[in-house]
Design a protein around this ligand. Structure first.
Ligand SMILES: Cc1cc2nc3c(=O)[nH]c(=O)nc-3n(C[C@H](O)[C@H](O)[C@H](O)COP(=O)(O)OP(=O)(O)OC[C@H]3O[C@@H](n4cnc5c(N)ncnc54)[C@H](O)[C@@H]3O)c2cc1C
Length: 288
């Protein structure tokens, strides 16, 4: 049930990571970490049981954005979408991520929402998470018992709004590899109005040797219970010259790999009819 009034809940606000890990260890399944809160507050207003909440916003040193050629782009768990948008490194080296940050929600949401939260929400319509998936990101988790654990994003999404994060784990970082020589990336999304969530989105990462594609990672959103990788389309691109014939083959294949539904933002039929068009457009945008 939708309501404007939140039910009562206990809020923990740890001041450092060890304290946060103690809290997660004590509460386990009965506490939810909250960063920007842009997903969690809506979920609670929609009637999802709030239980206990642990705000991670007072944890020091997690709002960083760093880049080097070895580690790539390292984004702390409290770095916001607005920080991505204002980063010259993101704009120059990770155009798809910058494009996702640009179209992401409103200024108010950009100022609080985090990329880590976007990935851990595991929405099939996530914008930043679609790009992180296409670019092969890795999340870092820490827990009291297990120390540090790194999870490749290929293994993160386990179902609708489900991830492989364990209840006692705090996410501290997401990192995206440095783009290889000759690589390109792009992101496109289709919405009803600019500030809305996607009806469909596409993120593409391609490694090129001249006209030929040597590596491809393609992700489409809003066409399944999770963001969907398109391995058959990727295989058509890999090792091929990216010409009209290849692009048409990719477009003809995408509907074999997706399973869209009707929902409040669009219909399965519309999504199926535009998926080939927007996939082709995103690849061409990456190459342009
Ligand atoms: C009006 C509005 C517009 C929106 N528009 C868009 C849009 O255009 N595109 C889009 O992709 N999304 C959109 N969203 C969704 C939302 O803003 C994003 O998913 C956002 O990135 C979530 O980040 P957050 O920091 O607010 O996460 P939160 O709401 O704080 O948390 C989200 C999830 O991540 C977990 N989590 C967060 N941080 C940690 C941590 N450090 N350790 C462990 N778990 C953690 C939480 O437990 C929760 O499961 C919109 C939301 C609203 C309300």
């Amino acid at each position: 049930m939708s309501t404007r009034v939140l039910s009562n809940f206990d809020l923990q606000v740890p001041r450092d990571i060890p304290e946060a890990l103690d809290i997660l260890d004590d509460y386990r399944d009965s506490i939810t970490p909250v960063a920007g809160g842009s997903d969690m507050l809506i979920a609670w207003k929609m009637g999802v049981e709030s239980g206990n909440a642990m705000s991670v916003t007072a944890l020091p040193g997690l709002d960083y954005l760093t880049y080097n050629d070895n580690d790539g782009l390292c984004i702390g768990a409290l770095a916001t979408i607005d920080q991505l948008l204002n980063s010259d490194i993101v704009r120059q080296k990770y155009p798809a991520l910058w494009e996702a940050a640009e179209v992401f929600a409103t200024h108010q949401i950009k100022n609080t929402a985090t990329l880590v939260g976007n990935c851990l929400r595991a929405s099939p319509a996530g914008d930043g998470s679609a790009v992180a998936y296409a670019m092969g990101a890795t999340l870092t988790f820490v827990s009291k018992e297990g120390g540090e654990r790194r999870e490749h994003i290929d293994d993160l999404f386990t179902g609708y709004a489900q991830t492989s994060r364990q209840p006692n784990e705090l996410a501290t970082q997401i990192s995206i590899p440095a783009p290889r020589q000759g690589s390109r990336s792009a992101f496109i999304r289709v919405t009803r109005v600019n500030e809305d969530l996607a009806k469909l989105n596409v993120a593409a990462y391609l490694e090129m040797d001249g006209d030929s594609c040597t590596e491809a990672r393609l992700v489409m959103g809003c066409v399944g219970p999770t963001l969907v990788r398109l391995p058959k389309c990727e295989a058509l691109l890999k090792g091929s010259k990216v010409d009209d014939a290849t692009l048409n083959a990719v477009a003809d294949t995408v509907n074999d790999e997706i399973n869209p539904i009707d929902d409040q933002r669009s219909t399965a039929e519309y999504r199926r009819s535009v998926a080939p068009v927007f996939l082709k457009r995103t690849i061409l945008k990456a190459l342009s």
